[in-house]
Design a protein around this ligand. Structure first.
Ligand code: ZN
Length: 341
């Protein structure tokens, strides 16, 4: 399989992560990509460098105001003179009758949903490179490849139209889906990350042309807590084109694959022209974020089930954190996909 990758992700190396009041080093580290890359090389997947598409694909799913904020953020922050090494908001105004602020500290609060998305000097460049990786993979599929994998870092599925959060800044999965929409009337997104794809859901919530399906650890007990419940089904024209399948914490292969069967039926009924898989690998039994308990063989079977949909497919890397098995699980899911194709 062709796999799109660039070293440009390395300029984003966040340190700050606030967990239950404790400051830790973030789990979203450049080394994740090294381990994923090792998984690709072990299976001899064909590495491809991304094409630079510019701002166009990003503006299909993000507001111009938000993109400007991200592009200007570091320079404005540095100019404060007394600011920290990473941009972390000291307010989240939730927009209750407020006014879009001019000050960088206000804009930072306005555009971030939590503290898990610190911005550093190289964040914008890395996030832009990740959308180029996703768009390149989508373009290759539009040009005739059956399936292409996009090694995106930072991840994207918690990013909304104009909000960063949960390690995510630009929604690579949504960017890939919007690019595929240039060719296909309907596109489905299947999110298998252990966390609910709340940003992706938010972006497409009122649209009937993009089906969003997410299988994840129950938000009643797990990030993002506020979104990801089964009753969130879309709104307006998009009512019925959002499916959430929350699973009890610790669910293993059997429960996961049963949920995936439900997701498959919904996707088949939607009859999309193409599929984007938000491929988090953090549902692993060995992932440090410990939400679900999928085995390596389980990932292989997830790959097989996705392939059986028979759709042109873009697989976009989302979460999956440092464990000895991270690269192995990527190898397994792609092997499963290729053997069932
Ligand atoms: Zn995740």
């Amino acid at each position: 399989m062709k796999a799109v990758y660039t070293e440009l992700h390395r300029s984003h190396d966040p340190q700050f992560f606030l967990v239950r009041g404790v400051v830790k080093r973030t789990t979203e580290q450049p080394e994740r990509a090294d381990r994923l890359l090792a998984g690709l090389k072990a299976a001899k997947h064909h590495l491809v460098a991304p094409t630079t598409f510019g701002q166009g694909p990003r503006t299909r799913v993000h507001s111009v105001e938000y993109l400007s904020f991200l592009a200007e953020a570091w320079e404005a922050w540095s100019a404060l003179g007394d600011a920290g090494a990473e941009m972390i908001a000291n307010m989240h105004p939730v927009r209750m009758g407020g006014t879009y602020p001019a000050h960088i500290v206000g804009r930072l609060g306005w555009h971030t949903v939590d503290t898990a998305c610190p911005i550093g000097p190289g964040t914008w460049a890395a996030a832009c490179a990740a959308t180029d990786v996703a768009t390149t993979a989508a373009q290759l599929v539009m040009d005739g490849e059956a399936a292409v994998y996009a090694l995106c870092r930072p991840p994207g599925h918690h990013a909304y139209r104009d909000l960063a959060g949960g390690f995510c800044f630009l929604n690579n999965t949504a960017v890939a889906a919007a690019h595929l929409r240039l060719m296909h009337e309907r596109v489905a997104i299947l999110d298998v990350d252990v966390h609910h794809g709340n940003g992706t859901q938010g972006i497409f919530f009122e649209r009937s042309d993009v089906l969003t399906v997410s299988i994840h650890a129950d938000p009643a007990a797990y990030y993002p807590y506020v979104w990801g419940y089964a009753h969130e089904r879309g709104a307006g024209a998009g009512l019925g084109s959002n499916l959430n399948i929350p699973l009890p914490i610790g669910t293993g292969d059997a429960g996961y694959l049963e949920a995936l069967g439900r997701a498959q039926k919904t996707i088949e009924a939607f009859a999309p022209g193409a599929l984007v898989v938000a491929l988090g690998l953090d549902a692993s039994e060995h992932d440090p974020l410990a939400g679900l308990a999928v085995t390596t063989n389980g990932f292989r079977r997830i790959g097989q089930a996705i392939a059986r949909l028979g759709l042109p497919t873009v697989l976009v890397q989302e979460g999956g954190y440092l464990s000895d098995i991270l690269g192995t699980n990527l190898t397994a899911v792609l092997a499963g996909f290729e053997e069932a194709r």
